[in-house]
Design a protein around this ligand. Sequence first.
Ligand code: CO8
Length: 261
Amino acid sequence: MDETPPPVLLVEHILPGVALFRINRPEAKNALNMAVRQALASSFAQAAKDKSLRCIVLTGDENSFAAGADIREMVDVSGIELYQRHNERLWAAIADCPLPVIAAVNGFALGGGMELAMHADIIVAGQSARLGQPEVKLGIMPGAGGTQRLVRAVGKFQAMRICLTGDLFTAANALNMGLVSAVVPDDETLPEALRLAAQIAAMPPLAVGLIKEIILQGADIPLAAALTLERKGLQFLFGSSDKQEGMQAFLEKRKPQFTGC
Ligand code: CO8
């Protein structure tokens, strides 16, 4: 009998230019143990080098996107051990991914799971999704952007409420706060994420890459510098074949054929 455990992350090239990463620990609500984090880091790093890819969709299952870091695995970890693990290097592989990432969130996105979703560029949530940063209830605090990405996304007063109470909130609340991009019926979450991914995958890749890079970089620097960055990105794209093709196709009333050059 085959005793090999199932992979904790399923990777599939599901549509032309689109990879689907599916966290696969249903027995633990997709809690992020070290194996999942390492698999995520190496899959994102690999995808970043794959010239055939244009977009990544990241998901869990119908019950849970990810219920946070694995508490069983953390309970006996000391502060020094945690420091020496340098988990930030694993998260960096996701944060630094040059391809657009769409999170399709059904069920729980808690703690490290919500932080993982916040690494994405677009979040599509199912109407029954429950999000939250419950770390405070465990005597700890968020450590992968759950205070910092969150405050930048929703502002001080919502971020404080979420992190200080640890209360879970609904997808509709998240949409009101600007924390997710769309809320859809639960069975539409992945299809909608894939539809967006296919749409983005058909766009000129240089423009897509620069838009992602400049929105993210620009958000953390003074406005004047960010606007310069934006202008330089636009000027750079004016030198691309895809700019010529996009504009020519519009004028000739035909579909553009982008090549990524
Ligand atoms: N870690 C480990 N196992 C988990 C986790 C988790 N985060 N969440 C759920 N599970 C397991 C349960 O222990 C249970 O296992 P078993 O069947 O063996 O008892 C199984 O999944 C099913 O869970 P429940 O029976 O609890 O299912 P419910 O539907 O009743 O509840 C909840 C689902 C609400 C998701 C509930 O399980 C829960 O509250 N989970 C914990 C959520 C949480 O606190 N997340 C934050 C964790 S801390 C964090 O993410 C930041 C860490 C900082 C970095 C540390 C690096 C090492």
